[in-house]
Design a binder for this molecule. Structure first.
Ligand SMILES: [Fe+2]
Ligand SMILES: [Fe+2]
Length: 431
């Protein structure tokens, strides 16, 4: 979603990479690592979205998608620049953005470095192996040493990264222009981007029409699930799931400078409310995860909209209003988090029915959603926003007071106030 690729890009890359791996001399452990690395290769990509937008004043989703299909020939570069930079900006700003684009060599370097490093860190936080993290770190390195960010060359590059980069190029070109374009692109970049042996491997599997038929299958999710490494005995530990939720919260919060730390703070405020309401430890754990993941759908909204300094226009509103639904769709597909989908779906609804996206009313809004809504709005008011600086707590409360019973649940709101009062008393007692 954040890379602006056609839906299912990571799944298809996983299928391509694992199909290649079947005939490569990898150990079983390397093969398992490759599987996860292929799925997580873009996990750091949200962290450069804001910079891309600022530098190029363009819609970061469309920009990232087309940047990948850009060949290095000049007419195409120019066409790309004129169709993708400063699309909605005024002329003067647009000119500045163009200058940036023409001098963008070093900037691109920085963007890719950020993305790779953040991606590797997040994979480690989710307890994946060093090999997985390393693969993500090396994703944009090229066989001839002219890749980024370190210019690693040949066998210095993580073998997982090499397979993933090839799979990525194959999927992007296949999706844009079909099998022949994908085969041509992989062959042309052999020895430059890719190990020639790997390109030859791809040419061999690409000669089989069944490979392309499966790649276009609407059943890709199941195909990839069938390729998954055997799961460890005993299921997944709860504290591991907490780490996964926290790591994804960072992916979401890294997307925009204005949401930095937002999900983590919403989780904290939700937990304070839950404690005041005397909820069980298990329930509190669930709510913390809900706070961490409530905005995960924002990954699918362009930063040009999220970071806008001014009122969103009609189209932009449509995009913003899509984030609860997108979030619910993502979470409902993850067994361990599927019960959080309802909170993601309805965290912008109001008791009086004037919220979005569905205008639900009080009867449809459960306790968890009510708690997250209060925590969410409180944090939104007390943090910096594109269009105004952070607000003092008293002022935030005076604004929220007006909406009690209309937007927010009175009990949850009162609980937040009590909890913050208590925290303040503890703090002054300690001072
Ligand atoms: Fe939200
Ligand atoms: Fe939020």
């Amino acid at each position: 979603m954040t890379e602006g690729q056609a839906e299912g890009h990571a799944l298809r890359c996983c299928y391509i990479g694992m199909t290649m791996a079947a005939s490569l001399p990898l150990t079983p452990v390397e093969r398992d690592d490759l599987y996860y690395m292929l799925l997580l290769k873009d996990i750091g990509c949200s962290s450069n979205a804001a910079r891309i937008c600022q530098l190029f004043l363009a819609d970061d989703l469309a920009f990232k998608r087309d940047f990948k299909t850009l060949n290095e020939s000049l007419p195409q570069v120019l066409h790309f620049v004129f169709t993708h930079t400063g699309l909605k900006a005024g002329l003067a700003e647009r000119f500045r953005a163009l200058v940036h684009t023409f001098t963008a060599g070093n900037i691109t370097h920085g963007l890719i470095e950020t993305r790779c490093q953040r991606g590797a860190e997040i994979a480690r936080q989710m307890r994946f192996s060093d090999a997985v993290a390393h693969g993500i770190l090396d994703l944009d390195e090229h066989w001839d040493g002219r890749g980024l960010p370190l210019g690693r060359k040949g066998k210095e590059i993580s073998p997982l990264a090499q397979i993933a980069l090839l799979a990525q190029v194959a999927d992007v070109f296949h999706t844009a222009s079909g099998p022949a374009a994908a085969r041509r692109e992989i062959a042309q970049r052999s020895g430059k981007w890719f190990d020639p042996a790997l390109s030859a491997r791809f040419a061999a599997i690409a000669a089989d029409p069944a490979f392309w038929q499966r790649l276009a299958s609407p059943d890709m999710e199941r195909i990839v699930q069938d390729l998954a490494p055997a799961e460890a005995e005993g299921g997944v530990a709860e504290d591991f799931l907490d780490d996964v939720a926290a790591a994804f919260a960072e992916v979401v919060d890294a997307k925009s400078p204005f949401t930095s730390g937002h999900s983590k703070r919403v989780a904290l405020f939700a937990d304070l409310i839950a404690e005041e309401l005397g909820l069980s430890d298990e329930h509190r754990r669930h709510l913390k995860r809900a706070g961490l993941l409530h905005d995960i759908g924002k990954l699918g909204v362009s930063n040009q909209i999220l970071d806008k300094n001014g009122k969103p226009d009609d189209d932009e509103w449509v995009a913003i209003r899509s984030h609860p639904g997108l979030g619910a769709r993502i979470l409902s597909r993850i067994t361990a988090f599927s019960d959080l989908a309802i909170v993601a779906a309805s965290h912008h609804e109001r008791l009086d029915g004037r919220g979005y996206p569905h205008g639900l009313t009080a009867e449809a809004l459960g306790l968890d959603t009510r708690i997250i809504s209060v925590a969410d709005v409180f944090d939104a008011l007390t943090a910096d926003r594109p269009y105004r600086p952070a607000m003092p707590i008293d002022k935030a409360f005076s604004i929220m007071d007006r909406d009690v019973g209309l937007a927010f649940d009175p009990d949850c709101y009162a609980a937040l106030k009590r909890a913050l009062d208590r925290a303040e008393r503890l703090r002054s007692a300690a001072a």
